[in-house]
Write a protein that binds this ligand. Structure first.
Ligand SMILES: [Zn+2]
Ligand SMILES: [Zn+2]
Length: 273
């Protein structure tokens, strides 16, 4: 499988997504211990030394932590993020300052970053992390047959300009954090529930379904082939509920979209692109 995407871990205990195109391998977020990350990569046959770059969506520790900085230092992997996010990581993680000193912390503000056979563009998404929360669109392969993966794993709502980044993507990785009924019935504090359900918190299954209906509806027929539901809450969601909310995608267009729910502790699936 020359080009593929694979969620390595997804959820509030750590996130990492692998995108491979030919010989190029990039990761979006690496909020796992070094050991877990190495094990998850091994499960899909990838060595840490093969990783060409890491792209960081935002500064919450389930996306980038001290261990993440240690992993990049150990394997000399450049880390790309918005200037604000690099500054915040540098202010709060002493290990990150070593990456800065080693020239491995690289700002991406506007221009696409080209790494081997992929090009990565960042876009802003609404989420309450210090710095600037981003999604990414990773384009793969030669321009005439270009495929792409669009990713936004933590976002409170999906504004129109964010939706536009997902239109015609071969694979869409989008948050489907909670079932609203389970969230409001949970024993979490009212403040926390309001933060999660708020416009800069996390996306519900229903909100993800609305966004996906728009994305597939606005895309050319058959263009969106895969959807990965990400960052599922372990207390306020289940993979079955998240998948059930997207049943409409199987009915809509001539070529049905394949929908997967990413897991916290099981890497996979490996999705060919
Ligand atoms: Zn998160
Ligand atoms: Zn977050």
């Amino acid at each position: 499988m020359a080009s593929f995407l694979c969620p390595l871990a997804s959820g509030s205990l750590g996130n990492a997504l692998l995108v491979a195109s030919g010989r190029t391998r990039v990761l979006v977020d690496i909020g796992l211990t070094q050991r877990r990350l190495k094990e998850a990569l091994a499960a899909v046959g990838v060595e840490p030394g093969e990783i060409d770059a890491v792209f960081v969506t935002h500064t919450h520790r389930d996306h980038f932590s001290t261990s993440s900085a240690g992993f990049c230092l150990r394997h000399t992997i450049p880390v790309y993020a918005s200037g604000e996010n690099l500054a915040h990581l540098s202010d709060t993680l002493p290990a990150f300052r070593k990456l800065v000193r080693g020239g491995l912390a690289r700002p991406m503000d506007g221009e696409a970053v080209e790494i081997g056979s992929v090009a990565v563009e960042g876009f802003d998404v609404p989420h309450d992390s210090p710095g600037w929360c981003q999604g990414f669109r990773v384009s793969l392969g030669p321009s005439r047959r270009r495929r792409s993966v669009a990713v936004a794993t933590d976002l409170g709502h999906v504004p129109d300009d964010v939706l536009a980044w997902f239109v015609d993507a071969t694979a869409v990785v989008i948050e489907s954090n909670h079932d609203s009924e389970m969230l409001w019935a949970s024993n979490r504090s009212a403040d926390l529930i309001e933060r999660i359900a708020g416009p800069e918190g996390h996306l519900s299954n229903e909100a993800a379904a609305e966004a996906l209906a728009e994305i597939v509806g606005r895309s050319r027929r058959g263009r969106v082939k895969h959807v990965v539901l990400a960052h599922l809450s372990r207390d306020c969601n289940t993979p079955a509920l998240a998948l059930e909310a997207q049943a409409h995608l199987a009915r809509g267009k001539a070529e049905p979209v394949r929908v997967f729910a990413a897991r916290q502790f099981e890497p996979g699936p490996k999705i060919g692109l």
